[in-house]
Design a protein around this ligand. Sequence first.
Ligand SMILES: [Zn+2]
Length: 211
Amino acid sequence: MKQTRAGTEKLLALHEDEVKKLTAEYRQRQELYNQGLISRAELNQTERARAAAMIRMDEDKRWIAETDIAITEASMRDVLVGLPAMAPGGYSESGTLIRFNGTASWSLADAAKIEKFFSQAFGHVLPITAFGQTPTHDRLRFDHRNAMDVALHPDSNEGRSLLSYLRQAGVPFIAFRSAVPGAATGAHIHIGSPSVRAVAGADSQGVCCKR
Ligand SMILES: [Zn+2]
């Protein structure tokens, strides 16, 4: 069955409840274990179930974020195509977009450098939602093969710091400030060339026509 956003939101609510229930159960069992009433194995069993439920919950959240970001880009495609071409090294900022036409020959293979910069600066991993082409992009008939998306608001502390790193390194990016209405998590930073082409083989209607 095809995964939908509404369906995933329902699943997320179920998985969140599951985590809550298992967290309460774990605390209860910990108490029982401390009193010597249950074995370590019984306690571990609940701990494992709770960890698995948390993974399911995080996967739902990641899928929703990835989908909202891809929809934001696809729906901004016409706007991006209509913007005046930027000179190499050009930079522009508006209420919705920040664009930088960096001149470094960047490819996805160079992503590790950016991830390293970020984790050293902030002590956690770069929140990448899409690395290259994903099934969501295929569905939207959107060419995202040589780009990656990072779920950071460009005006946040971490977002600003990432953008200034990318500018220094000459890596092209487009930062989306505002989400498309209804897609609460659409603000993000797209690293790599803009994905304005529809994937080869896509129909002449271009991206995202069936709604
Ligand atoms: Zn992107």
